[in-house]
Design a protein around this ligand. Structure first.
Ligand code: PLP
Length: 387
């Protein structure tokens, strides 16, 4: 069989490839402490699961509306309109998708013609590049430099613009660095995008996990109508619902209508009973988010302190998100080799930073959405191995 160019050139998701390897080791009986995936190691709150179970019992086992269940779209719009004073209409401004991943793929399909360029963060989430390429676009990375402690700068973005630049991706809190963007810089970036007719795509999947009581700066704070902009978010991280596969896109009706066409042909709709769970998440989930935030904040303090106590490791204290990003290059130049060593000798799985782009070289990413005692155990093992 002759496979397509896309099939031959798409790289595996490095995080998922690694986690598949770890799962295989587990299957063979190895006990591994796992921090390599961006996944809360907690079960979905029972109230949310119960709502989905009830939907199944009631026979909600068929396709839903291709934009997503009306009640869910209404809840989402209410949530954002309340929070940001926006005026989103559930019939026009939102589509529910099988995860942010699929929503993002639709967005790229809707925006990009062959050769159009998308500015993507480096370091940044692994799938942006591959998805842009999958639809025939060209990812162009902008530097988030370790020299500025991974703060985003408009200057670094500006120098990468060409006449083919169609869109810019922002991800705050950033995966993997945990850095957030300030409202002031967000505003500057939005103005620059407006002036250059560049679509600003804001991936806000970690928005509910911002530490130290700081207020999250959303694209909606500077562009409440999402004029020439797109907001993506989902249920995976905020409500520990990774396996439910639910995300959503908010944008102007013209773009949403295009995404609906892709969804109708590619997925029909997201899982119907998952969507019932999501409605419960929006209605009853705040308490759970608050609980998780507390745990993650505590984990952040403990992990950053423990890693920085190991000579040769420098961990960044994240502003938000689910990860600690740490420079281990003084211990081992090659972070991939470090991760192999840690897995081999310490039975601990973390992700090498280069999976997130060249600026992640020499770093490791560790997910802190785990039980504190498991993370503590991992920290003790690492201290023994590397001091
Ligand atoms: N965006 C970022 C930055 C992520 O880190 C992830 C998952 O790790 C996603 C999107 C995908 O999320 P979902 O589970 O909703 O597809």
């Amino acid at each position: 069989m002759k496979l397509s160019r896309a099939a031959r050139t798409t790289a595996p998701s490095s995080t998922i490839k690694l986690s598949d390897k770890v799962r295989e080791l587990e299957r063979r009986g190895r006990k591994i402490l796992r921090f390599e995936l961006g996944e809360p190691q907690f079960s979905t709150p029972m109230e949310i699961s119960t709502a989905a179970i009830q939907a199944l019992k009631k026979g909600e086992t068929r396709y839903s509306h291709s934009r997503g269940i009306q009640d869910l779209r209404q809840e989402l719009c209410d949530f954002y309109n309340r929070r940001y004073g926006s005026t989103f209409d559930p019939q026009k401004n939102v589509i529910v998708t099988p995860g942010v991943k699929q929503g993002l793929l639709y967005v790229f399909y809707a925006l990009l013609d062959r050769g159009d360029e998308v500015l993507v963060p480096n370091p940044g989430w692994t799938s942006y590049d591959e998805m842009v390429q999958l639809v025939g676009g060209k990812p162009v990375s902008y530097d988030i430099s370790r020299a500025t402690d991974f703060a985003i700068s408009l200057d670094a973005i500006k120098i990468k613009r060409t006449r083919r630049t169609k869109a810019l991706i922002l991800n705050s809190p950033n995966n993997p660095t945990g850095r957030t963007i300030s409202k002031k810089i967000l505003k500057d970036i939005q103005c620059w995008c407006d002036a250059n007719n560049i679509v600003l795509i804001s991936d806000e999947i970690y928005d509910r996990f911002v530490y130290d009581g700081k207020k999250y700066a959303s694209i909606l704070d500077v562009n409440p109508k999402l004029t020439n902009a797109v907001l993506l978010n989902g249920f995976s991280k905020s409500y520990a619902m990774t396996g439910w596969r639910l995300g959503y896109v908010l944008a102007e009706p013209e773009l949403i209508n295009a995404l609906v066409l892709f969804q109708q042909n590619a997925a029909t709709c997201p899982s119907t009973f998952s969507q019932r769970g999501a409605i419960a998440a929006l209605k009853k989930g705040e308490r759970h988010i608050a609980q998780m935030l507390k745990i993650y904040e505590r984990n952040r303090e403990m992990v950053v302190k423990a890693l920085n106590g190991i000579p040769g490791i420098h961990a960044i204290r994240p502003d938000g998100g689910l990860y600690v990003f740490a420079n281990i290059s003084s211990i081992m130049g090659d972070a991939g080799a470090f991760c192999e060593d840690l897995l081999e000798r310490g039975s601990i799985a973390v992700t090498p930073g280069e999976a997130f782009g060249s600026n992640g070289k020499g770093f490791i990413r560790m997910c802190i959405a785990a039980e504190t005692k498991t993370l503590r155990q991992a920290m003790n093992t690492m201290r023994t191995l590397y001091t």
